[in-house]
Design a protein. Structure first.
Length: 589
């Protein structure tokens, strides 16, 4: 308010950490504006800006304010680099941001409020005065900026799960010891060990650390390794169509409107701090969703039912509105499903291709692009160059316990739902939890330290037994820590399905898993690149794409991972990092 009453015209951009804080701040700003003496300042409109804000509210930020009206945009760090708001002259930098981090000992993600870096502080200040001179008001001292604020943001590799990264390294089939690999930004050893254990449980690597054929296929899929494993299991169990729909829905971050998530129906106000909306339309939406949750098998089955209903309704916005869903999130899931359907053929041929070398993967991406053009033509009403119908589902080549191929439009049977749950148990074998003996709390089955947790309030309800107890075992998509540890997006499973998984969880030898063995010719040196003979006498590195034009690599100068090339790449990276932090090598700040 001090800026509004004392500074010349120009919009204000305030950086806060999250949605709840932004909504509270806007309420306070509106109260302060209403209490200003008449004529002391012009009108001010406070607008929120964060990633989950509905599009119709986001667009207000980009509309110019009426003549004589100042805007105050209260935003998360999405306004640092992702978007530019015209007319901002003043920036208020609180010096903090919410940052996701991963704890390998418990397998838990947390969203913590941490200090920004100097690079971020400079970026925020740069939001002011893009069209004319501006000002940045920093809510921290010069001493804090000079001596306590980190130069750069912690690299993501040091604060995230490394399962995907380690799987990629293993899929190269080079003689790499993961635990001693020379990363540019070395992650914690515990994070690498955690990734190796998880890959063993998912059958992506064997007990000696070698990538398996299953792991090669998983590495080729554009999915989280757990979802990739579940999709491969679904192909064998005859529920591929159902699993690909669930995978697409899980890949969309914002499926439900504020106050309309499953947890808001069974526990009003419990999901993310929202109050359940109380109007005739919202009440009807809750009743529609409540009917779909009656199976009591968890979030994954609910997501499947929602997809089936939306697809049967012709992907209409009325269905989304009637079920309290975000149409933008549903359309994103639909696009993901199309991509997966194009890349992953249920008969396995596409998966085998993706498990091959990089030339094969490049051809697969080109095929995917062509099929995507076909989907776009079909959506526009034109012919489909791929030869497939507009919504024709993939046909499975082999039937499994789920009853073989299922129609894309229509309701999955109980047998198909059971097959889906079993595929999820296989895919999320690294994310199992067991209920406490006489309590509805859960403990994760982790080789290092099991984490006690409760179901997140946003979860779809699970069926209780006669004693009011929830299922003994379940799989979860996320373990998060907010006010306390919570399991999110859960699915009930059975004891007999997890029996084969439990011994693997406890038997991992991370040293063996880390090293692996080179599967190339015996001539590949220790720590060197395994080479494969090509027709014509050339050689290529395992997993490589050949020389220019796809020909064989010739001579020693083309090896891409020799020590000199690695040192040169490291030097270039460190030089860029020094430049970003604003200091020179050897200079103290």
């Amino acid at each position: 308010m001090q800026i509004h009453t004392s500074q010349p015209e120009g919009d204000i951009l305030v950086f806060l950490t999250g949605q709840a804080e932004i909504d509270k701040a806007i309420g306070k700003i509106n109260e302060a504006v209403a209490s200003l003496p008449a004529g002391s300042a012009g009108p001010l409109v406070a607008l929120p800006l964060y990633a989950s804000l509905p599009p119709e509210l986001q667009v207000r930020v980009f509309r110019p304010a009426p003549e004589g009206v100042r805007r105050c945009i209260v935003a998360t760090n999405v306004a640092e680099t992702s978007i530019t708001v015209e007319g901002v002259v003043y920036v208020v930098d609180t010096g903090v941001v919410k940052q996701k981090s991963y704890q390998p000992s418990s397998g838990m993600d947390s969203l913590d409020v941490v200090a920004i870096s100097r690079v971020q502080a400079t970026q925020r200040a740069g939001r002011a005065g893009r069209t004319r001179p501006g000002k940045c008001f920093r809510l921290y001292t010069r001493n804090y900026y000079d001596h306590k604020m980190p130069n750069v943001t912690a690299p993501e590799i040091q604060r995230t799960s490394l399962v995907g990264a380690v799987l990629y390294l293993k899929s190269l089939q080079l003689d790499i010891d993961v635990l001693s690999f020379d990363f540019l930004d070395p992650p914690a050893t515990a994070a690498l060990e955690d990734a190796l254990r998880q890959l063993l449980v998912l059958d992506a690597i064997d007990a000696d650390g070698n990538v398996t054929p299953m792991g090669q296929r998983m590495a080729g899929l554009p999915l989280d390794p757990a979802l990739a494993r579940a999709l491969l299991a679904a192909r064998e169990l005859g529920c591929f169509t159902e699993m690909i729909s669930v995978a697409a829905m899980l890949s969309s971050e914002h499926l439900f409107l504020a106050g309309q998530a499953p947890g808001d129906i069974t526990n009003p106000g419990g999901s993310g701090g929202h109050r359940s909306l109380d109007n005739p339309h919202a009440r009807a939406s809750r009743e529609q969703l409540r009917a779909l949750m009656a199976e009591g098998l968890g979030d994954h089955v609910l997501l499947l039912r929602l997809w089936e209903g939306w697809e049967a309704a012709g992907y209409s916005k009325d269905f989304a509105r009637d079920h309290g869903m975000d149409l933008r999130g549903l359309n994103f899931a639909r696009d993901i499903r199309r991509q997966l359907e194009a890349v992953v053929s249920p008969d396995g041929s596409g998966l085998d291709k993706l498990g091959g070398n990089r030339d094969d993967r490049k051809r697969s991406r080109q095929d995917t692009d062509k099929e995507g053009e076909g989907h776009q033509a079909a959506r526009a009403g034109g012919p489909d160059p791929s030869g497939r119908g507009r919504h024709k589902p993939p046909q499975l080549s082999e039937a499994g316990p789920g009853g073989g191929a299922s129609a894309s439009c229509g309701r999955a049977s109980a047998a198909q739902v059971d097959a889906l749950r079993r595929a999820l148990t296989i895919g999320f074998a690294n994310k199992l939890a067991r209920r406490l003996p006489r309590h509805n709390g859960y403990k994760t089955l982790n080789a290092v330290s099991g984490q006690l947790a409760q179901l997140h309030p946003s979860c779809a309800p699970l069926r209780e037994d006669a004693d009011g107890l929830l299922p003994e075992f379940l799989v979860y998509h996320e373990l998060v820590c907010t006010s306390r540890p919570f399991l999110r997006q859960v699915c009930a499973t059975r004891a007999e399905w997890v029996a084969d998984v439990l011994p693997k969880i406890m038997s991992a030898d991370v040293r063996r898993l880390s090293r692996g063995t080179t599967r190339g010719p015996a001539g590949a040196g220790e720590g060197g690149t395994a080479e494969t003979q090509l027709p014509g006498g050339g050689a290529k590195a395992a997993g490589g794409g050949g020389g220019p034009g796809g020909g064989p690599l010739q001579g020693p100068d083309v090896r891409r991972n020799d020590n000199q090339a690695v040192d040169a790449a490291r030097a270039r990276y460190l030089a860029r990092k020094q430049q970003q932090s604003g200091s020179k090598p050897g200079q103290k700040r």
